[in-house]
Design a binder for this molecule. Structure first.
Ligand SMILES: [Cu+2]
Length: 335
């Protein structure tokens, strides 16, 4: 009996120690969406049950190893125990109930995170190697490379991919959803905490998967309306060709592979590209003029820049002449 009481107390102590220890590590980032609360509740409950299970196995094991080890000179056989029906029924029924309860809670949290608000604002999310872009159909359909969201309003993300499978994941919002080519998937998020976060791709999708990150910014309603109207104005009113070019580039995910800083990502940097001499994998060279840029975009495989033959190849794009002239105007500004 004494052993049972000691082990019982130790199990409680180790359970508490494990749970609060794990909790103190801060395994999850801050919660920034309404969808995070059912998930965090379930997570906490699981940590408690796991800590108890850990203690229930490890404490009796270690206790027995120390307290019941063979004494010097003890050559007797151990006691032979044959089955214990009560114990077996108990350790079958209790886990069964626990697992069924968690299955129910899992279904409940799934329903909670999918609860639809008919007033939800729609944002279209386009994923591609290796960038995200966001279209706001309720504000004239402008496209950006930052996901701005107003606090307290549910947003319905309608997501699709231009190439392979990606996965939309903002850890602070907790929920995660695969993004597939040729099919729309959805995710609902109600931001509850202002701040700057990052969407990252959670599905290995190629050479620069690790850098497939875009800013997610949660602001108050007023700041959001102001931002959205500014974007809409900039999108709809006349702009310079350079600005239009920059918009096209940001809306088409080019910056997921090209940088403006001289740094090499998947493709060559655009810094100082226009007018420079390009060396190709086959040893030939050319000057980067308008014809070359156009060919590079419409038919990237025609000339492969030296050193980039093994990387993720650039996908061919379709742009009309006017759009190409905007992109070239923009590239010319990148000295
Ligand atoms: Cu991806």
């Amino acid at each position: 009996m004494r052993h049972f009481i000691i082990v019982g107390l130790l199990v409680i102590l180790v359970t508490l120690g494990t749970y609060f220890g794990l909790d103190a590590v801060g395994l999850l980032p801050v919660d920034a969406s309404a969808q995070a609360s059912p998930i965090d509740f379930l997570w906490d409950l699981q940590l408690i049950v796991l800590s108890f299970l850990f203690a229930l196995i490890v404490v009796p094991l270690v206790y027995s190893l120390i307290v019941f080890r063979r004494k010097p000179g003890d050559t007797e056989d151990a006691v032979h125990v044959e089955g214990n029906t009560k114990l077996e029924v108990t350790w079958t029924v209790i886990p069964l109930i626990t697992v069924v309860a968690f299955a129910y809670l899992g279904a409940w949290s799934l329903r909670e995170t999918r609860r639809a608000d008919p007033q939800a604002m729609v944002v279209r999310v386009i994923a591609q190697q290796f960038a995200w872009s966001f279209e706001y159909p309720e504000y004239g359909g402008f496209i950006t490379d930052q996901l701005y969201l107003p606090i307290g309003r549910q947003v319905l993300l309608q997501m699709t991919s231009r190439d392979v499978i990606h996965s939309f994941w903002v850890p602070e919002f907790r929920v995660k959803q695969d993004v597939l080519p040729g099919r729309e998937t959805q995710l609902r998020i109600t931001p509850t905490r202002m701040g700057r976060y990052k969407v990252r791709c959670a599905e290995l999708c190629g050479a620069a998967h690790y850098s497939m990150e875009n800013a997610v910014i949660v602001v108050d309603q007023v700041a959001f309306e102001k931002w959205a109207q500014e974007q809409r104005m900039a999108f709809e009113t006349a702009q310079t060709p350079e600005q239009k070019g920059e918009r096209l580039v940001r809306a088409n995910g080019c910056l997921g592979c090209h940088t403006l800083t001289g740094q090499v990502l998947v493709g060559p940097s655009w810094k100082g590209l226009f007018g420079s001499e390009r060396k190709f994998a086959d040893g030939t060279t050319t000057i980067a003029d308008e014809a070359y840029i156009i060919e590079s975009i419409l038919n990237p495989a025609a000339k492969i820049v030296a050193g980039f033959q093994t990387a993720n190849p650039m996908p061919a794009y379709v742009f009309d002449e006017e759009q190409l002239s905007y992109i070239i105007a923009y590239l010319k500004t990148l000295k």
